[in-house]
Write a protein that binds this ligand. Structure first.
Ligand SMILES: [Zn+2]
Length: 305
């Protein structure tokens, strides 16, 4: 983790300028960059959140690192004016916690739009597994969104950081995995949001984001494609996966929520669920694109543009 702490302003500026298209020669040590105080979604800020979360070590459910991550998230959410709730539950002898944040002034109601990501780390990989993209990147984007969402949007949005997305067994199955999202859908007892946007693996350099077509309604697909067009994003890097994924959108989708899973293509990759999923793969520009399109989708879905 010392290596991560030495990444500086210069390297981030270079990454942003280069669009993270290639890995640079490691820069000389530089002071740790500071958070950018801007009203815009800033990739550098999301990058710093991702770095700080990874520095906690693997965030396995029910571990001290997971608890420290909850405290980190809660601290930044409260600083941005959000009310934070922790929902605890058990899976066998493992304690799990979803963390939710709202700004709504109407307690007991469900804001129409749920933004979700998972924050647990896959078990059994390695003691130094950073789980940077598959775990930390979504939380990093949500934290930066929490900072910049204007009041007319934030009061209609709920944020949820989900535990237990990863299975205990090496591979996910119908009965192993998605514990946090399944618990949350059941907890709501039918009082569900209208829309959900789930973010998973949204910070890798050269990523290709591809929501699963079989899990995406025509309505959400239209908003997704219009957002890509309006933002001028590369349609070859913002596309659709011809199939379905088991991910945290599914329990909501099955309960009738209109869901969109913003997820990078990861099958067949050399880094997924390996120590290769580390901060070297993460790129401020990539995080910034993910944040910008999520913000754009929020505005479209809530009729703010
Ligand atoms: Zn995973």
């Amino acid at each position: 983790m010392q290596r991560l702490a030495s990444i500086g302003v210069l390297s981030i500026a270079l990454l942003l300028l280069a669009g993270c298209r290639e890995e640079k020669t490691p820069p000389p040590p530089a002071p740790r960059p500071v958070y950018v105080d801007s009203p815009q979604f800033t990739g550098t800020n999301a990058y710093l959140h991702c770095h700080d979360i990874c520095a906690l070590g693997p965030r396995l459910s029910d571990s001290p690192a997971y608890a420290a991550q909850l405290d980190y998230l809660a601290k930044h959410l409260r600083a941005a004016g959000w009310t934070v709730h922790r929902d605890t539950f058990r899976v066998g002898n493992v304690g799990m916690t979803n963390l939710r944040a709202v700004k709504t002034k109407s307690p007991g109601t469900s804001p129409p739009l749920l933004l979700s990501c998972h924050i647990d780390t896959k078990r059994g990989i390695a003691p130094d597994f950073e789980s940077a993209d598959d775990g930390a990147s979504g939380a990093a984007v949500l934290l930066e969104l929490a900072r910049v969402l204007p009041p007319e949007l934030s009061e209609q949005v709920e944020l949820i950081f989900l535990d237990g997305e990863e299975s205990f067994a090496p591979r996910m199955s119908e009965t192993d995995g998605l514990y946090g999202s399944r618990f949350d859908v059941a907890r709501r007892a039918g009082v569900l949001p209208r829309y959900q946007i789930n973010l998973d693996m949204v910070g890798g350099r050269n990523k290709i984001i591809a929501p699963p077509s079989l899990d995406t309604s025509d309505f959400m697909y239209a908003h997704y494609m219009a957002s890509i067009r309006e933002l001028g994003f590369n349609p070859e890097r913002w596309t659709v996966w011809p199939g379905s994924y088991m991910d945290d959108h599914l329990p909501y989708l099955e309960a009738g929520v209109d869901s969109l899973n913003l997820i990078a293509v990861f099958t067949g990759s050399s880094w997924w669920h390996t120590t290769g999923d580390n901060m070297k793969r993460i790129c401020p520009h990539s995080l910034e694109e993910s944040g910008r399109i999520t913000l754009h989708l929020i505005r479209r879905l809530l009729g703010q543009q």
